[in-house]
Design a protein around this ligand. Structure first.
Ligand SMILES: *[C@@H]1O[C@H](CO)[C@@H](O)[C@H](O)[C@H]1NC(C)=O
Ligand SMILES: *[C@@H]1O[C@H](CO)[C@@H](O)[C@H](O)[C@H]1NC(C)=O
Ligand SMILES: *[C@@H]1O[C@H](CO)[C@@H](O)[C@H](O)[C@H]1NC(C)=O
Ligand SMILES: *[C@@H]1O[C@H](CO)[C@@H](O)[C@H](O)[C@H]1NC(C)=O
Ligand SMILES: *[C@@H]1O[C@H](CO)[C@@H](O)[C@H](O)[C@H]1NC(C)=O
Length: 548
């Protein structure tokens, strides 16, 4: 997988010792918060520009955590002076060398490559932070895996591949953004809340009134505040004249013509400068079986999955986790008696769509809503299976209109879930947060974490699964949607949830292995999310896997 800063190596003394514990500190969580029955406290208030989320007189524990995490990230992504493309990292001028090259490689060997980053004038780079993605593949075998990138923070990187299969293997190392671009993206991201502008639809008797809505609204007119009082999460709309705030029914969004990147910086993100191959002239590697001992039998897959990189490989289009083995079984028998809550964005909605089209005993309940973001419910009454999907709350980007009457923060959904050994909760957050300052994401992740902590305290045998963000299209709108933003969010998520007994589905690594640069990975990738990991998590072994 792409690993961009494993600066951890150098920053061990600052950040602790593993990539995912780079921000480790304990949090004390209040566990005795009453569950609010009225999750929407609607209030109108006169605007107070720039006062987004009701900061109390003294910063709360959450505010402190947010700024702590923010500071660590700022240290990880230092500002890099940018003057001209010439002085940024160049894929063409950077050099790669195989360490300890051999004539033949055996299956299971590791192949290490040293990358020396150079700028467009051929000068050695003296700092790291380039956003790189390493992948090995054999298209004829429909095989792929990520490679691990270690950033020495001095302009050199160690890229390691595990040669999982025999055959002709191509290696790829993409320079997605040079460190100067990464630094510009980070600065720009945290400057503006208005890259996406929301339009709220109010019903006023027989007429519809639209107004602007946002996470922060800088306006001198009266605002409607839609507040989750328990977690202090808020969303705002301009209040239409003589219309109550409760009359808000629908929402959609569009991009606003605004950029916090300078004109010069934007040149870093033109198509030809994004995702440039560094190993273009590299020969295919030939991997043989050799006379090695057969691969030892792997243990059964366990519930809690740590994220090693690579976390597995794809072979003949099927995902093989690195550390454990799979066994097939019937899906609907495996899910018998389970109540499955899929909470989050459309990448987790893909799961319910997958279940619906692959388990023919499921019947879908018409909830009489419309649009892509409507809640979904599907059941198998004979086997007592309930599967539901529900969108996460604001910010929710979408050009087509969605209803906000049933919108609910994930933490509240978790709070009203009883849990237990037959309950499975799958969480996926991130894609809709990429265009907004990181604080919004950190706050949400902390609030969901607290809700999961409360749940596991009252129902410790509930299965909670976090699906990491997957990679998406490389060439659209880096400022709003770059995978770099998702990469950072995944780090934040892993850090925040590391103290809980939850399973992680490393959708990031899996989608790199498949090479699907698609925000909605095709169904064969989702098969792997669903059948392999998901079911392994439920039953603590890979029970529901099926190969067809
Ligand atoms: C709000 O608007 C005022 C005046 O247009 C501007 O000075 C201020 O910086 C804005 N604040 C934010 C948070 O955008
Ligand atoms: C960038 O590099 C090219 C080739 O070396 C050179 O012709 C050009 O003047 C440089 N531009 C700047 C602004 O340094
Ligand atoms: C970069 O750092 C690595 C690891 O500390 C070291 O082995 C290597 O010699 C350094 N390279 C340069 C050019 O300083
Ligand atoms: C909403 O309806 C009321 C009563 O009909 C009317 O007075 C008011 O102007 C309307 N507001 C908007 C923004 O259309
Ligand atoms: C984690 O949860 C699983 C399933 O409920 C349970 O079997 C396991 O003992 C838990 N592990 C820890 C460390 O609490």
């Amino acid at each position: 997988v792409l690993l961009f800063l494993i600066k951890v190596i150098l920053k061990r003394n600052i950040f602790g010792c593993s990539l995912f514990s780079f921000l480790s500190f304990q949090i004390q969580t209040a566990l005795n918060l009453p569950i609010s029955l009225h999750h929407w406290n609607m209030v109108t208030e006169s605007s107070s520009p720039g006062a987004p989320l009701n900061p109390a007189a003294s910063p709360t524990e959450t505010e402190l955590r947010i700024s702590e995490i923010r500071e660590k990230l700022d240290q990880m992504i230092p500002p890099r002076h940018f003057t001209h493309m010439n002085t940024t990292t160049s894929a063409k001028h950077s050099t790669v060398t195989i360490l300890n090259p051999r004539d033949t490689y055996c299956r299971g060997d590791q192949l290490d490559i040293l990358l020396e980053a150079r700028d467009h004038m051929g000068h050695r780079k003296e700092y790291g932070g380039d956003f790189l993605r390493a992948r090995m593949s054999s298209p004829a075998l429909k095989a792929g895996a990520s490679g691990k990138v270690m950033d020495f923070n001095n302009g050199t990187y160690l890229v390691s591949f595990t040669l999982f299969w025999e055959g002709q293997v191509s290696l790829s190392l993409l320079l997605i953004h040079p460190s100067e671009g990464v630094s510009a993206l980070w600065r720009a991201r945290n400057q503006g809340y208005d890259r996406v502008i929301f339009t709220g639809q109010f019903i006023n008797g027989s007429t519809r009134v639209n107004t602007d809505c946002a996470l922060i609204l800088n306006s001198s007119t009266e605002l409607c505040q839609y507040l989750d009082a328990q977690d202090q999460e808020a969303f705002y709309c301009m209040r239409p004249q003589h219309v109550p705030c409760a009359a808000l029914t629908h929402m959609h969004s569009k991009n606003k013509e605004v950029s916090y990147l300078s004109k010069q910086e934007r040149t870093i993100f033109v198509r030809s400068n994004v995702g440039v191959e560094i190993m273009e002239n590299f020969n295919v590697i030939s991997v043989s079986k050799c006379n090695k001992d057969p691969v030892p039998l792997k243990a059964k897959c366990k519930s809690r999955m740590t994220s090693t990189i690579p976390s597995g490989h794809v072979w003949k289009q099927i995902w093989h986790p690195g550390s454990c083995s799979l066994a097939p079984i019937k899906m609907n028998e495996c899910l018998r008696g389970k109540s499955i809550y899929l909470l989050g964005d459309s990448t987790i909605r893909q799961w319910i769509e997958y279940f619906k089209s692959n388990i023919n005993t499921l019947k879908t309940v018409n909830l009489h809503e419309y649009g892509k973001l409507q809640s979904q419910l599907t059941v198998d009454l004979d086997r007592n299976i309930i599967i539901q999907w529900q969108k996460h709350a604001y910010p929710l980007i979408g050009s087509s209109t969605y209803s906000v009457k049933d919108i609910e923060y994930m933490a509240r959904v978790i709070d009203r879930t009883e849990g237990g050994k037959n309950t499975v909760i799958v969480i996926c957050l991130g894609q809709h947060f990429r265009p907004f300052p990181i604080d919004v994401f950190i706050r949400r992740a902390l609030n969901v974490h607290k809700a999961v902590q409360r749940l596991l305290l009252r129902s410790p045998d509930t299965t909670v699964i976090i699906k990491r963000e997957n990679i998406r299209e490389m060439h659209n709108d880096a400022e709003r949607l770059s995978d770099f933003h998702g990469y950072i969010q995944n780090l934040v998520m892993m850090d925040i949830f590391q103290d809980l007994n939850v399973s992680i589905i490393d959708a990031w690594d899996i989608t790199i292995a498949y090479g699907t640069n698609n925000v909605h990975p095709p169904q064969y990738v989702n098969i792997d999310f669903n059948l392999h990991h998901f079911n392994s998590s439920i039953n603590h072994s890979y029970l529901c896997v099926h190969y067809t």
